[in-house]
Write a protein of this length. Sequence first.
Length: 72
Amino acid sequence: MNQKIVMRNEDQEVEVSGTEQPVEIQQETIKLNEAHIDLIVKEFDVDRFQATRWLKKNEGDLQKTIKWVISN
């Protein structure tokens, strides 16, 4: 679905056109990230906030995150 967004930057108007992604794709991505967060919380006994920070620090890569946690 195409949408037209008008943004105001001081006195100038800028038009931006974009295409929305299907909701299904976004939901699958969220479930994958949630599963990674749940796994880190369970294995390393940390809260969800800390697990999320670790994943973000390691670009969402679960293997990279686990290796980083073990080495630190």
